[in-house]
Design a protein around this ligand. Structure first.
Ligand code: AMP
Ligand code: TRP
Length: 337
């Protein structure tokens, strides 16, 4: 199974409103993997996943381009990485159908994201929302991707991707699909709300103070960090001292991830200090790292034709990898071509 090209795939839904959680948990790590040069890197705006819940068509178009601008502003280089939106490469949905026939209802019903998103009214949720993880498996396996960087919340979907690959390989007596490795590492795989250290930072939180948006101004960023919930204790000497202080731990993690340091090193540096000293340091760091990204995003959004050109070129490159893999899959399944 080791003769697969080292290849990274990951995706983000263009459902609007990128946060510091997306940036640190996903985009920044995508950029690091691109620049490491150890893998081919493929990054995708998963618009077909986005429509599993209602999207206003005009908003979807705008959010797809804004996400593309966010990727590029964060450091994704469309020459080094393949960058495109999912619906432009039909092979995702085509392989997704085959995987709908491999995955079992029982597997899907256990997905916590399905349970959370469908809620009590699951009879009224779309069939696409239920089948979402099979399409996600297809996104990854249509490129034979070996590694998938994601945040902690996607771990279960990655396990399901492995289960689908294994069942397909087993059912058809092949080792065609790789057993993909999730890459969930670093200080910021789960960035928490600035108002409540037990909740994930999310674009859907009703309080805008709970998150830093990629479009926030420098003043907004500094204000949100100044007002972030903390406790009256000084920072401890070691990370163990933060075990019961989720808000403090979150701010340390954010600092560490933004500054490419370990959380241990950050605690050691600020040991004994109050939040009155730590928060301004974090605010300065966050403004220095984040406001150039929002500025560059706004600049890129001025030229939508250029964004569309980049995505189209990315889609053409993606299809070159995906098409032969789909053909071979159909052949294995027994479809006459
Ligand atoms: P979403 O916007 O939920 O589609 O997420 C896109 C990517 O960002 C996925 O890889 C998520 O795991 C990651 N992500 C979203 N929110 C957070 C967060 N608060 N902390 C870390 N990663 C996150
Ligand atoms: N489900 C992912 C999320 O909500 C987005 C996604 C779709 C994805 N397809 C993917 C992530 C393939 C990684 C690989 O964040």
């Amino acid at each position: 199974m080791s003769d697969f090209t080292p290849r990274v795939f990951s995706g983000i839904q263009p459902s609007g409103g990128l946060t510091l959680g997306n940036y640190l948990g996903a985009m920044k790590r995508f950029v690091d993997m691109q620049n490491a040069g150890t893998h081919e890197t493929i990054y995708c705006m998963v618009d077909q996943h986005a429509i599993t819940v209602w999207q206003n068509p005009e908003d979807l178009r705008k959010n797809t381009r804004e996400l593309a601008a966010g990727f590029i502003a964060s450091g994704i280089d469309p020459e080094k990485s393949i960058l495109f939106n999912q619906s432009q490469v039909a092979e995702h949905a085509q392989l997704g159908w085959v995987f709908n026939c491999v995955a079992r209802m029982g597997w899907m019903k256990r997905m916590t994201q399905w349970k959370d998103k469908a809620g009590k009214n699951s009879e009224n949720a779309s069939l696409g929302l239920f089948g979402y993880p099979a399409l996600m498996a297809a996104d990854i396996l249509i490129y034979h991707a070996t590694h998938v960087p994601v945040g902690e919340d996607q771990k279960q979907h990655l396990e399901l991707t492995r289960d689908i690959a294994m069942k397909f390989n087993n059912d058809f007596g092949t080792d065609f699909f790789p057993i993909t490795e999730p890459v969930i590492e670093g200080a910021a795989t789960r960035v928490m709300s600035l108002r409540d250290g037990s909740k994930k930072m999310s674009k859907s939180d009703p309080s805008d103070m709970s998150r830093i948006n990629l479009t926030d101004t420098a003043d907004d960023i500094a204000k949100k960090i100044r007002k972030a919930k903390t406790d009256p204790e000084p920072l401890p000497d070691t990370l163990d001292g933060l075990a019961d202080r989720p808000e403090a731990r979150n701010l340390i993690n954010i600092y560490a991830a933004l500054n490419d340091q370990s959380p241990d090193a950050v605690v050691a540096e600020f040991a004994g200090q109050q939040f009155g000293a730590f928060k301004p340091a974090l605010a300065d760091l966050a403004v220095a790292k984040m406001s150039p990204i929002s500025g560059e995003m706004a600049r890129l959004m001025q030229d939508q034709a250029e964004i569309d050109r980049i995505l189209k070129r990315g889609a053409d490159r993606a299809r070159e990898i995906a098409a032969p893999i789909l053909e071979k899959t159909y052949d294995l399944v027994g479809m006459v071509r």
